[in-house]
Design a protein around this ligand. Structure first.
Ligand code: FES
Length: 462
């Protein structure tokens, strides 16, 4: 026997199932929290799953005792009794998951005044006659205007498609649901306006059926988002949607089918039909919203990240590539952007010469990489302690240990700000600097040197 890859849907977990491992064992290993009241003995019948594709072992006696012939034909099995014989896709019904893993549909009820966007009106329409041959839609609007006042002037195409037979079937009496200026639904006399509220999450979907007049929640249900089979996270789904128009359509379709199923379940639970639902509100994050409506997602996948400051991206390209298709938690560093137009440069001045250096003195700087260019700045600060020698190339002088050796090796860090509008200078470069120590000191300096020429490294303190 060999291992086979098993994918649990819609939870989207997959792994190789060992030769002696049941689907229940693998599910537990993967954190798919199947109910197993009997501990996997085939007695409780709660760990049922559906084999969507692939081959599994023959049903056991326990399978046959706990599942109907129809369910067995549909591919349902007890996970604790079933072993894969090929790669599998296994569907996990919500009722087989423990409470903790079920979609959260619990909500907190608060007292609010109900202000529905849809209002319903009980109407009785005059029968059309040869003397008054008014079209059904016009008749509906005319009666509505008499009841509600002017302003209602449109009938939704979906209503028009069944308006005439419905009015005749209901003996010219009906309940009309109006949103704004439009009749969006009609129902038989006495029907209540029902609203559907859906929270379309990336992982779970919660649906509520609400009486729009009283604000009462009539039924609540949850399910896993069926789009999970196309990717467990938003980025994977957007990536899939971008592969082709068909992929985008598939993601939309599976979401619509899921919502239809959820609504049917909710209506069944409340003793209603889908036709009773006159208004629906679906909320979700931007990606869920786009995928449900079949909107293009390229602009989401390639969302532009604007740096709050102009500068150069100093994070290596390899590091940036590693972020591809990864979630970036809020507040995490995406990339380092350095403003290189003004660089802070530290100059290691030999201790014996630092006495002539003062804040504000001009500094001319040449980088090894651009020997013909001169960059200019001024001394902005002088370190209060000496350190042992010049910083190692590429090393951070701020982390150099304090001086402990002979004075000849000691240096003092002098900081200067260099204008770098051409952005030629980059952190880590090295070169030489001259600090002009001023007229008053020329003589003294001449005895030594007119200007200091020392090796420097550029550091940016961001
Ligand atoms: S765990 Fe009880 S029947 Fe499978």
């Amino acid at each position: 026997m060999t291992s086979h890859e098993v994918t649990f849907q819609p939870v989207g977990r997959r792994a190789a199932c060992g030769p002696d491992q049941s689907l229940l064992g693998l599910a537990q290993e993967l954190g798919v929290d199947l109910i197993s009241l009997c501990g996997g003995n085939g007695q409780c019948g709660r760990c049922r799953v559906q084999i969507v594709s692939g081959q599994v072992t023959e049903p056991t006696e326990a399978d046959e005792e706990n599942l109907s012939d129809h369910e067995l034909d549909e591919g349902f099995r007890l996970a604790c009794q079933t072993f894969p014989e090929s790669p599998l896709t296994v569907g996990v019904p919500p009722e087989s998951l423990s409470t903790a893993m079920r979609t959260q549909i619990e909500s907190r009820e608060t007292n609010i005044s109900v202000v529905p966007t849809v209002h319903t009106y009980a109407l009785e329409l005059p029968r059309p006659s040869l003397e008054h041959p008014l079209a059904d839609a016009d008749s509906l609007l005319a009666v509505l205007r008499q009841t509600v006042g002017p302003g209602v002037d449109t009938v939704d195409i979906g209503v028009l498609q069944h308006l005439s037979p419905d009015l005749r079937a209901w003996d010219w009496r009906c309940t009309a649901s109006v949103r704004g200026s439009e009749v969006i639904a009609i129902g038989p006399p006495g029907s209540r306006p029902i609203g559907l509220a859906v929270d379309l999450g990336t992982t779970g979907v919660a649906g509520y059926l609400v009486d729009l007049e009283r604000g009462e929640v009539l039924a609540a249900r949850g399910m896993m988002n069926p789009q999970i089979k196309f990717g467990e996270d938003v980025i994977s789904r957007i990536t899939f949607a971008r592969t082709s128009p068909e992929s985008r359509k598939a993601l939309q379709q599976v979401a619509v089918e899921g919502l239809n199923g959820l609504t049917a379940g909710l209506c069944g639970e409340a003793g209603l039909t889908i036709g009773d639902v006159v208004e629906a509100a679906v909320v979700g994050n931007t990606a869920m919203h786009h995928l449900l409506l079949g909107l293009p997602t390229e602009q989401l996948a390639l969302a532009e990240v604007r740096s709050p400051a102009a500068g150069i991206v100093a994070t290596p390209a390899r590091q940036l590539r590693e972020l591809t298709r990864q979630f970036v938690p809020k507040g995490a560093l995406i990339a380092k952007v350095y403003d290189l137009e003004k660089l802070t440069v530290e100059i290691a001045v030999p201790e014996r010469e630092v006495a002539d250096v003062n804040v504000g003195q001009p500094v001319a700087l040449k980088a090894r990489a651009y020997p013909d260019e001169t960059f200019r700045g001024t001394v902005t600060s002088i370190a209060t302690t000496a350190q042992a020698g010049a910083p190692a190339p590429g090393g951070d002088p701020r982390t150099q240990p304090p001086a402990s050796g002979g004075s000849s090796a000691r240096t003092v860090l002098v900081t200067t700000e260099i204008d770098n509008p051409s952005l030629l200078l980059k952190p880590g470069m090295s070169g030489q600097a001259k600090i002009s120590c001023g007229e008053r000191r020329v003589r003294a300096l001449v005895m030594r040197r007119v200007a200091r020429t020392v090796k420097v490294q550029f550091w940016s303190w961001w």
